[in-house]
Design a protein around this ligand. Structure first.
Ligand code: ZN
Length: 194
């Protein structure tokens, strides 16, 4: 191999690494925190972690009901993520929720903030876990259209807010039109093509 070709390959490799780093950091910094929740003042029993032990039963019920809902009305989940329920704003901030009510980390975990203790929020995040499981976390988060990702989560979680604030309402309507055309049974096959 000539020195010139080697140099081109090296440059290409560096460019790829530089491009991939922010994605990798985004994808893996948060899980480190979420996978070590003991450090953040929450206590875990099996998959459910809480900052306020007095609300453990409520958190467990929300999580179990949401898993059952997604399994039966959306699709079978192969993984059950850890779920962290924050009762206080301080806990939510520590996990990086900022203004969001909840978020999902790959297929590892979901974090429910102090304003997110609602059945449809937990179902919404579990639908993101399912998307990450079926489509890959990086592909789903960065390469699938937002109307699909968020529209599906708002629609199939049966979020009762109608209309949602824009642009979320638009995402949900677009998803609902799309799924009506393709049929729910073909969702993953068709999502591959998006
Ligand atoms: Zn979402």
């Amino acid at each position: 191999m000539s020195a010139r070709i080697r140099a081109v390959i090296r440059t290409a490799a560096i460019v790829l690494v530089v491009l991939a780093l922010p994605l990798a950091a985004w994808a893996f910094v948060k899980p480190v925190r979420v996978l070590a929740p003991g450090l953040e003042g929450v206590t875990c029993e099996s998959l459910v972690c809480v900052d306020d032990p007095a609300r453990r039963a409520e958190a467990v019920a929300l999580y179990r009901d949401a898993v059952r809902f997604v399994q039966t009305s959306v699709d079978a989940m192969r993984t059950e993520p850890r779920a962290i329920f924050c009762s206080t704003h301080a806990c939510s901030e520590k996990f990086g929720l900022n203004r969001r009510n909840a978020f999902t980390v790959g297929t590892f975990a979901l974090v429910i903030g102090d304003r997110g203790w609602k059945p449809y929020y937990v179902r919404h995040e579990l639908i993101h876990v399912l998307q990450n499981e079926r489509l890959g976390s990086i592909r789903n988060s960065f390469f699938k259209p937002v109307w699909f990702r968020e529209g599906m989560a708002y629609s199939l979680s049966e979020d009762p807010r109608r209309p949602l604030p824009e642009p979320l309402q638009g995402y949900r309507s677009r998803f609902e039109d799309w799924v009506k055309q393709i049929g729910l049974a073909n969702l993953w096959v068709e999502a591959e093509k998006l």
